[in-house]
Every structure is written in structure tokens, then in C-alpha cells.
Design a protein around this ligand. Sequence first.
Ligand code: RP5
Length: 162
Amino acid sequence: MSDVKVGIIMGSQSDWPTMKEAANVLDELGVPYETRIVSAHRTPDRLWEYGKTAADRGLHVIIAGAGGAAHLPGMMASKTRVPVVGVPVQTRALSGVDSLYSIVQMPKGFPVATMAIGAAGAANAGLMAAGILATSDTDLAERLDAWREALAASIPEVPVDE
Ligand code: RP5
């Protein structure tokens, strides 16, 4: 079993600029991950195989991003007990509201922890994955605490004219 515990999957190459935000956060926190393009509609067999093997391969969290008819996170959640964090990718036609609705309204029994639309949601997905792993990794917990403190310290107390 490898030490990669986080899978970042996305429906298309076009989702990568958004999903890279999750990868960037994991890089900053020193969390290894794998990345794959897995489309619910274009590569359903790949989705099936990924979900079927995820737990046995040692994945602890799957971050799944998709846009439009964004069925990837929900389908992945139906195929594996590994927690799925969903990222609604912003679309041109409907600004990502379509993605959000496609991901968030899961039926009872198959949850997807759904983030905000777009880049902020992807970054938060990385933090969510790190937070889940930090519950059983004290070194990572310390790095995550430091990351959060640095962010807080970077916020000015008083606004300035720009
Ligand atoms: C979804 O369709 C993907 O997740 C992507 O967000 C969207 C558009 O895909 P492309 O046509 O750019 O490949 O499956």
C-alpha cells in the first residue's frame, strides 16, 4: 500500500486549473496525493475501477471536482466508503450553480461533503482532506495549525485605501 492517502479526481482536463488549488494546499502542507481525470460520463469504467479499488489502495479521502452535469463526486461516493469531498467547478453557461446543485443534493446514504463553487472551494477541499488526515497524524496537525495561524496573521486589522 502506498503512502498516498488523498486522491484528487476531476471530470476533465479543463477542471485542472480549479482543482490545482486543492493540490497547491496539499503541497504547502506536505500531504502526498495522486491526480486523475475520471469522467462519470466519458470514462465510466475508469470511475468504477477507481471507486472499487480506492479503499484497498489506502486512500483516506477523495477530492472530486466536476462542472455542469457534475455527477462524478456523487457516483464516486456511491462506489466507495472513502469520504468524498466535492468541488463544483465554475461553468460558463450557469456560473457553476449547475455544478453545485448536481453535487450537493445527494440522497440519504451516500454523502458528498460539498465545497463552494470554484477555486475557493477547491482550496478548501484540500484543507478539508488535510483536516481529516490530521485527526490521526500529529505532525500534520501541527503543520495545519501553523498554516491556519499564518493565514490569520496575514489579515490586516485596519482597512486601507487602495
Ligand atoms: C464535466 O464537464 C467536466 O467536469 C467539466 O467541468 C465539464 C466540461 O468538460 P470539457 O468539455 O471541458 O472536457 O464533465
